[in-house]
Design a protein around this ligand. Structure first.
Ligand code: FCB
Length: 466
């Protein structure tokens, strides 16, 4: 066995998102979001599950924060529900909603845990979708107003403000493949959504700088590690195209101040990008204190020859519509196992590769792993415990991969396990469990899985035993 030590300054945390855990969907003046509508639409989620009750965190948050403290974590990444604090998505703010997050933040600070708040983890107020949703520029302006309201209320009690979680999912799964809310399948609209999410990020970033100058600013991206099936020029080009859609559509404007030329050229048959106005890209490139990286699995592609059978195994749910706008000639190949219960491949070295690429492309940019974790079919043993060895193994190997990248110079400052609790896993409902703490949905009882005990040891000692 070898042991690797992390410095005391390294931040260990856990992550959740509002709609996945809170429940209380119709309480204290909360409005409706696109996920309420989507999950209540027959056929959209496994078993017709919704987030109406979820893990009932809205009522049980004090105990949940106690768990975070007992785990010895230094930070907690949660998201603020836009429709809870600003029902309707414009104008009036809801005092009861703001109060909830104010108490949550104070509760974290009392327990010595750093609040890391995500402004947008996918729950767009339904009224804004009805007015056009993310493909409409107005939505980014509404987001700026929402950001002003929450930053005014919570300000620098929040240690780190994260504007968006995985805009890739919001844009492409929400508007192109339709496997996420609002379930639209309009490729051009998805690219407009990409831009307006980026714009929303820039506008909200400016709000944080102005209203909470001592807080840190970040965004969380689900960056893809894309590999080609062969060394052929055609496969290399497939990799380049997917990298542009998946990664550089966001990294470009956010960190380089412009959209990559090849992305605009590749997608020209779909849109002319005339929704990008002069000055937008500069605004989007607000300097980040930390770039959040979510990583679960890697991606394998090949150029499609136009006639052989396709695999389309991109791991984002079965849909007749591809999230990969304008890349119909790219095929996604199944990957060797083992896989998690999501069907995602387990590939820790890809995490090292991703972090080293970021070090190279954006030297000096601090990084955090804002999500990493695994769903498995947990079993409650006769002794009442959950011996989730495969989850522990997944976490150990990925944290090791992160340590490898750090040893080679990647400036990774923290790690957040997804997730603190079992929760509503979007289209998969309650069928997939990512928590290190089990939730019994009948009783709402919380039980530490073995992985929680394992993670506590790591977080409190900084020692990774391999
Ligand atoms: C990420 C999401 C998060 C959770 C994990 C499994 O894409 O940000 O809410 O669903 O995947």
């Amino acid at each position: 066995m070898t042991t690797r030590n992390f410095p005391e300054s390294f931040v260990w945390g856990s992550a959740t998102a509002a709609y996945q855990i809170e429940g209380a969907a119709a309480e204290d003046g909360r409005g409706r979001s696109i996920w309420d509508t989507y999950s209540h639409t027959p056929g959209r989620t496994v078993n017709g599950d919704t987030g109406d009750v979820a893990a009932d965190h809205y009522h049980r948050w004090p105990q949940d924060l106690d768990h975070i403290a007992e785990l010895g974590l230094g930070a907690y990444r949660f998201s603020i529900s836009w429709p809870r604090v600003q029902p309707g998505g414009s104008g009036r703010f809801n005092a009861a909603g703001l109060d909830f997050y104010s108490r949550l933040v104070d509760g974290l600070l009392e327990r010595g845990v750093r609040p890391v708040a995500t402004m947008y983890h996918w729950d767009l107020p339904q009224e804004l979708e009805d007015a056009g949703g993310w493909p409409a520029r107005e939505t980014a302006l509404r987001f700026e107003e929402y950001a002003s309201g929450i930053v005014t209320a919570l300000g620098d009690r929040v240690h780190t403000w994260t504007t968006l979680n995985e805009p890739w999912c919001s844009a492409y799964l929400g508007y192109a493949s339709g496997v996420h809310a609002p379930g639209r399948t309009e490729p051009a609209a998805a690219l407009a959504a990409v831009h307006h999410l980026n714009l929303a990020h820039g506008l909200a970033g400016r709000v944080v700088r102005e209203l909470a100058p001592s807080a840190e600013l970040s965004v969380t991206l689900n960056l893809h590690v894309v590999r080609g099936a062969s060394d052929s020029a055609a496969d290399a080009d497939a990799v380049r195209r997917i990298d542009a859609l998946a990664n550089r559509a966001f990294l470009g404007p956010m960190l380089d101040g412009e959209y990559p030329a090849d992305l605009l050229a590749d997608t020209a048959p779909v849109t002319d990008w005339s929704f990008v106005r002069s000055g937008d890209e500069k605004l989007i490139a607000v300097p980040l204190d930390v770039l959040g990286v979510n990583y679960y699995a890697s991606t394998l592609v090949r150029a499609w020859d136009g006639h052989s059978a396709r695999s389309d195994a991109d791991g984002h749910g079965a849909s007749a519509h591809s999230p990969w706008v304008g890349a119909d000639d790219v095929d996604f190949l199944p990957q060797p196992g083992p896989h998690t219960a999501m069907g995602w491949n387990i590939d820790p070295p890809a995490l090292t590769e991703l972090l080293l690429r970021l070090r190279l492309d954006y030297p000096g940019q601090p990084l955090m792993i804002t999500e990493n974790g695994a769903a498995f079919d947990d079993v409650v043993s006769a002794d009442g415990r959950i011996h989730d060895d495969r989850r522990i193994d997944y976490l150990r190997r990925h944290i090791g991969a992160m340590a490898d990248a750090r040893a080679r110079g990647a400036d990774v400052r923290g790690y957040f396990v997804w997730s603190l609790l079992d929760n509503f896993e979007w289209g998969y409902g309650y069928d997939r469990r990512f928590g290190i703490i089990r939730v019994d949905y009948d009783t709402q009882e919380r039980t530490w899985k073995d992985s929680a005990h394992w993670y506590r040891h790591l977080a409190t000692t900084g020692r990774l035993d391999e």
